[in-house]
Design a protein around this ligand. Sequence first.
Ligand code: GDP
Ligand code: IMO
Ligand code: MG
Length: 418
Amino acid sequence: MMAKAIVGLQWGDEGKGKITDFFAARADVVVRYQGGNNAGHTVVIGGKKYKFHLLPSGGLQGKKLVIGNGVVVNPKVLIDEIEMLSRYSKVDLMVSDRANVIMPYHIAMDGIEEELKSKKIGTTKRGIGPCYSDKIARYGIRMGELVDEDLFLERLKSVMEAKKKIFDAYGLQFDINSIYEEYSEYGEKLRGYVGDTIYYLNSIIDEKNVLFEGAQGFLLDIDYGTYPYVTSSNPVAGGITTGAGISPKKIDEIIGVLKAYITRVGAGPMPTEEKGMAGEHMATKGNEFGTTTGRKRRCGWLDLVAAKYAAMVNGVNMLAITKLDVLDGLEKVKVCIGYEYNGKSIDTFPFHPSILEKIEPVYEEFPGWDGVKGKKRYEDLPLKARKYLDFISEWLNIPIGIVSTGAAREDTIIIQSD
Ligand code: GDP
Ligand code: IMO
Ligand code: MG
């Protein structure tokens, strides 16, 4: 029996949804451990696109789904997504009683806090940051409370009364009664799904195949990412321990998802950003528009300095390289293997955006190729594309298990996977 994790190694949107769907075929349980509906994970089957924001992307494989204690839950979004999935599959879901609930004031605050900042982050405006802030400040309302009418009313009153002065300062007004009415209805609909996922997961972790699905990506991690241009949770594999209640000893394999180039939505430094033709090629061919907000993603060359940092902290033992087909048709393909800052070479990922904004990437260049799209066997890939893959694997010293050559489920090359 195996516990595997799928984690994003860049700024999100690496194709975690597709890779999770692939590994979910052999899993019994698929678990989200952090983030909320800021995530947008896409699975494409039979030409149809399915988007997951809160439910694990293993949903279409009909597997048991778990939303762990580290996730922040917008109950309305969850109800809608359960309804969506139930059109295609059975929904066997358990949501942690300890997961924090995204409230209407979190969504309002997300917008206002962005307005107040002179340097905007470009959040998804889903209330993620304010909800995690309240969790840490101990103003959170948890799913176990939402689904219990008495507990909910008491907690809602005490939290909203305590926060009233903050709301006033922000010029916000909320009516406790109408929030109570709306949210207790959500609570009623979700009651049957909420339980103690920590005991549940620990009871099965040695007997079943469990797959943990990260949201966002390592460079958006609140601790390791390009702070303050990050999200408010820990997408890193270590987040599984705090976000699902599983000991680090229990995770057998960590699969790092790496796009063959790099993208970023929202603000913040991006050393290998390509504003010219190559970037346009990636955006257009890769259809780089956000799954959640529809915003255009910034595109650039694969950054192996950042990837090495991500692989080190996550403890990645296998890579899934996605969207290799998007590089089809480029004259040359570049990959960043170092940085220069103030005339000096650096080979580590700097901590501060002011440094990241000024560094010059050092590139290795590869001749371009064509014909990756839709390939299903490694041997059928163009030799030049294989050389690119070999370079990535050798440079990071991590084997490549999966190469994705298209959005569809079947456009997947399996090199190694157990
Ligand atoms: P996630 O957030 O990491 O799950 O990634 P998203 O779903 O937000 O973004 C990845 C996008 O690329 C989605 O539209 C996928 O359908 C698509 N995609 C995934 N893998 C591939 C691939 O190998 N090639 C192409 N062309 N598209 C892919
Ligand atoms: P998936 O799981 C890409 C970005 C936002 C913003 C920053 C903070 O689909 O890879 P937040 O709303 O989380 O407070 O926004 O993080 N961001 C993502 N970018 N993919 C995601 O998720 C993201 N989730 C958040 O654009 O820059
Ligand atoms: Mg996404």
